[in-house]
Design a protein around this ligand. Structure first.
Ligand code: PLP
Length: 362
């Protein structure tokens, strides 16, 4: 660990593996003998083609993405996907069912309402999003064009412990804040999408993993950039892609493979999260509101129950080199985002600080 660097618990943009940052630094002025930076490189050059192709291949490898799925790199963040999903997937009944388990899921549903008949199949808002509803096939309309879920709720700190059964209806999942933290069976989904700035890379790109039979249904008047087929037919090169972000993402994928892949990362992520939650559950001062079985291993939300004390906590932690521990501006309290790149020592240091703060403020 470079001791000038802080532990950044931000939900995103967030920490990147130090090894990757060092590699990027080394490549910055002269990318592997090309005499230029990736930032300056033509996206059509053979050097850049090799970068984007390797990024896709490594992601496919890490997630075991089946052949019949396309991987698309698209600008506009996960928010743009909230519009692209209904635009492209409302192909028959123009009905879609959404499960609302937090702010992002709610925003996705709200946006989709512009495009068709949206039904909220289930919501955990009745209990301030502290749990994930248990869904069965009967919860969804049989003629829905798709079902949308948010697999990890970044703001409230909850996560699906199962993949809902939607039968033949394509399941669409926003995995912005949990992708690459666990093995997932991609074949259970019609579409998986994620913004890269949480667990993968700097901001500027989202990745869409889409089953190929779902391509080609955007309406005629769909803006060309918002049609998945445009990106699929042009290997994410219809226009200039976010070149530098994709390059860094590719370096992170390579790093994950070198670190023994997702299983190894998952084991470490679980260990980090279990330590933190188990301390919180044993403490008198802090509580984690999310039901234990639905807790996120990426975003750990907790409160003291006293707003002023929460603020003091965040301020004092910052002085100790642990930044961005405040909860999302919409809910307050604290949130420790402990993505793949957060070293285990960062979590240990946080727990030590929490213990000290508890003693001083009981
Ligand atoms: C951050 C986040 C978003 C929004 O991402 P942008 O890239 O800023 O549009 C959407 N969904 C989830 C689950 C997120 O964590």
């Amino acid at each position: 660990m470079n001791y000038d660097r802080v532990y950044n618990f931000s939900a995103g943009p967030s920490m990147l593996p130090e090894k990757v940052l060092e590699q990027v630094r080394d490549d910055l002025l002269n990318y592997r003998g090309t005499g230029e930076s990736v930032m300056e490189m033509s996206h059509r050059s053979k050097e850049y083609m090799a970068i984007i192709e390797a990024a896709e291949a490594d992601l496919r490898d890490l997630l075991d993405i089946p052949e019949n799925y396309k991987v698309l790199f698209i600008q506009g963040g996960a928010t743009t996907q909230f519009s692209m999903i209904p635009l492209n997937l409302m192909r028959n009944s123009h009905k879609a069912d959404y499960v609302v388990t937090g702010s992002w899921a709610k925003k996705a549903a709200k946006e989709a309402k512009k495009f068709g008949d949206i039904r909220i199949a289930a919501s955990s808002e009745d209990d301030t999003f502290t749990y994930i509803p248990k869904l069965t096939r009967e919860d969804f309309r049989s003629d829905a064009d798709y079902v949308h879920i948010c697999f990890n709720n970044t703001i409230y700190g909850s996560h699906y412990s199962y993949i809902p059964d939607t039968g033949d209806i394509p399941l669409v999942a926003d995995m912005s804040s949990c992708i690459l933290s666990e093995k997932i069976d991609v074949s259970r989904f019609g579409v998986i999408y994620f913004g890269v700035q949480k667990n993968v890379a700097p901001a500027g790109c989202s990745v869409v993993i889409i089953r190929d039979d779902l391509l080609g249904y955007a309406p005629e008047d769909c803006p060309v950039y918002l049609d998945y087929k445009t990106h699929a037919d042009n290997d994410s090169m219809y226009n200039t892609p976010p070149c530098f972000t994709i390059y860094v993402a590719g370096e992170v994928f390579r790093y994950l493979k070198a670190e023994d892949g997702i299983e190894a990362m998952h084991e470490k992520d679980v260990r980090k999260a279990e330590k933190l939650y188990s301390y919180i559950d044993s403490s008198e001062l802090y509580t984690a509101p999310v039901r234990p079985e639905d807790r996120s291993i990426m975003n750990c939300v907790f409160v003291t129950g006293d707003e002023a004390l929460d603020k003091k906590f965040v301020a004092e932690a910052k002085e100790e080199g642990m930044i961005n521990l405040n909860g999302h501006r919409s809910i307050g309290g604290m949130r420790a985002s402990i993505y793949n790149a957060m070293p285990e020592e960062g979590v240990d240091k946080l727990i030590d600080f929490m213990k000290k703060f508890e003693q001083e403020n009981r």
